[in-house]
Structures are given as structure tokens and as C-alpha cells.
Design a protein around this ligand. Sequence first.
Ligand code: SAM
Length: 239
Amino acid sequence: MDLKEMLKVGCNQLRVDVNEGQIDQLLTYKDILLEWNQKMNLTAIEEDRDVIIKHFLDSITCLKVKELKNDGKLIDVGTGAGFPGIPLKVCLPNLEVTLLDALNKRLTFLKEVSTQLNLSKIEFAHGRAEDYGQDLAYREQYDYAIARAVASLNVLAEYCLPFVKVGGFFICQKGPLVSDELKDADKAIKILGGEVVEKMDIQLPFSDINHRIVVIQKVKGTPTKYPRKAGKPSKTPII
Ligand code: SAM
């Protein structure tokens, strides 16, 4: 099966609608990713097939979250090489997307991807989530904050929930052992104004990998002392 077919069949298995043009955009992104990966460290996953499954289809699983709509504003916290933010932007073109990362060279790459894919309504933010979370231009301005592979859930909640408007959602992609993380993050989620509304089991197509997506709704404002200074949430997580 060629890569285009894999993406199509994978999306079908996940029961998410992705059109031909979007599949082509994703494949262009994959080519740029692997080309740039020769000169800068963007991904340890280098085989075409693995990139399609573990980066693209894995990002696309977020489209199964029924709360995530094709409008409003989303911030991808610790986006790295653009996952899941860029595949979501491609599949939900009306969404306004901010890609945030502490590493500037990754943002240089993401800007190039955005230009080549002709993406609009996309913003790049270089810096720490803890700093942006205290900036009023970003704080409680988003319908969705999303993150994959950035930190444990109690730390991630402090990075992400400050960005979300009351009524919006923090969506996080986690491994199968998220139940333990959820127990440890219970207090942090509450303090930061969140409430878990959904835990989804996801079987990644063409693999035996199981993932969880946790959806947390923001039910009240985040106290102004959060997020704490850069480095503090990971050094002394709320427990
Ligand atoms: N989300 C991407 C993915 O799943 O492929 C990247 C994951 S990578 C393991 C973690 C990324 O989060 C890195 O690019 C790192 O620079 C960024 N990061 C970690 N802590 C951060 C923070 N406090 N603020 C902003 N970015 C952060």
C-alpha cells in the first residue's frame, strides 16, 4: 500500500473525514519534515510508514474529539515539529492555530512548512508556556489547548489550562497508562479550573499501539498565580 493510500485507509478506520487535497498537504509536510530532519533534529521517527502512523495518523486521532470544531482558536503547547498542531490545522482549516515551542529552530521549520502548505490563520510563538500563560494576549484566549508528549499531566495542566477560556477544552494525548497520571493530576486540574469530561481509547491504525485522549473542560478561571515561573511547574508540580 502506498503512503497516500495508508493515510486514506487510516483516516477511514478512525472514521474521520479528510479530503484528497488535505491528504496531499499532509504528504508534502511529511516530505519537508524528512528533508529538514537531515540537518536538524526534528524527529527520531524516520521511516515513511512510521511517520505516517506515529505522527500523522496519531495527530489525526484528535479529530475524534467531538468538542473539537472547525472554528475558534487552538494552541498547540510544545508543538515540536508541529504535532498535532499542523495536521489539525490542515484538516480543520477554519481553526486559528498558535504553535508554541521553547525551541526557536523548530519554529523556523514550522514557518517554512506553513508557507509551503499555504496555511493561513496560523501563528508561531517562541518561548515557554509558563511565560505565555501569564501574557494577557494569550491567557484565557483559546477555545482549545492541546499537547502531545510534553510533560506529565499535572505539569501539562499548568502549562495548558491558563490558555483556555472558561467553557473551552484542554485536550491531551497520552499513553495507555494515563489513569495513574490522572490520579496524580486530580488536584492540579481542579485548582487550575478544569474538570475531566472524557477519556477516549484510541487504537492507532496499522499498529498495536493504544493511546488515550483526555478531554478536560475549563469550568472556572485559573487563579492568577498560575502558571508559576518558568521551570517551577516541572520542578515542583502541584500534587
Ligand atoms: N508535541 C510534539 C510531538 O508530539 O511530536 C513535540 C514533543 S517534544 C518531546 C516536546 C516539545 O515540547 C519540545 O519541542 C520542547 O521544546 C517543548 N517544550 C517542553 N516544555 C516546554 C515549555 N515549558 N514551554 C514550551 N515548550 C516546551
